[in-house]
Design a binder for this molecule. Sequence first.
Ligand SMILES: [Zn+2]
Length: 439
Amino acid sequence: MSEQPQQIELPPIKFFADGSDDDTKKANLDAVLPSPGFPDTALLIADSLSKRADLIVLDYSAQVVNVRLQIDGLWHELPQKDRTSGDYMLASMKKLANLNYMERRNRQEGEFAAEFLNKKTTFDIVSQGVTTGERVVIHVNRKKPSTETLSDLGMRQKMIDQLKVHLGKPKGLILVSTLPGDGLTTFYRGVLNGFDRFMRDYYSIEEVSRVEEEVVNINPVTFDESNGQTAQSVVPDLLLREPDVLVFPDIPSGAMLDYYCDIALNDEKLVLTRIPAKSSVEAILRVMALKPTVSKFAEALQCVTYQRTIRKVCDACRQPFVPPPQLLQQLGLPPGRVQTLYNHTQPPPPEMSVDEKGNPVEVFVCPKCSGVGFRERTGIFELLNVTDAFRKAMLQSSDLQVLHNLAVSEGHLTLREEGVVHVAKGTTTVQELQRVLQK
Ligand SMILES: [Zn+2]
């Protein structure tokens, strides 16, 4: 077992250990600071903070430890660690979290905190033995900037104005969609914030065990599935209060969608609901796959608003280049419109950022993105306005391409076209747009 090299300069990070009382906390921290695993712990935790990671995953196998960070929704591999230094590091982190560092098999959960660059952050750590060794998942409870409005999320003002026309309608159905796990809740909240909530009465009908985070001026009304209730158990009473808008966070079945449509068409309310999908047109097909009465759905549907998140290239280290004419043509940009596009700065390969002993060596790292090349995300959006011609087509076809082509012929801008706007503005790169569109 080798000693930790002494020459490594540790980042200015201060740890706070957990414990049942103050004495235990102090004893845990005092044990960790001189321990052989502390330098690697300090480096990893500081790295995760400066790169704005949301998750750290350590996979222990017989010989090595694989370390990954999740940053802006994407996994980044860090240099592998040998098992010995990985074990020391994990022992330090478990001690910080007041866990038993000898325990490598049973699941353990704990937390610790660290202060770095004047910001204190808590870390939730879960360790669990697996057949190959041990897996450790650390959630970085980063304080994120609050994205509350559609404009915060990156929607263009013109599209916001168009969406608000739909949100201001007296009746009909509005569908909100993203990829699964691609910020549906945040986008949905952004759309709800797009309502003129001070002029009308809004209710969100939610199952009691899946209550949504509250949005100002939208009144939650709950039903209890364990008591055999559905949304239909509470909506009739609610309708007596003459609400303007009813919001349903999901569509449990085609029959329930029929019910939402009845509220939209017969009770003349505006209804908003959501479903995960790959595009706005696909969202319609996902709903149709639940076998609702398509004629009702088509009649009620006013628009689909769709978001996909895309990483923003770091503006401190992005690399400008003059786009060749073929590339502009592929992107559908007229010649002369855009003089410069950008690539992200590639991080050095892991073997270049460590010496032959596996110790970190000095390489230039952009201070703004910590060498990731991208920083934060924005959204690319679709707004599908459902026209009478589109409604007619919904009754005749459930083919994605047919409905997509019709929408495009009516002037619908696709995710790709919306994404190219971000590329042309230098907000993101061609490769990042391709990556995001392939999802
Ligand atoms: Zn940068």
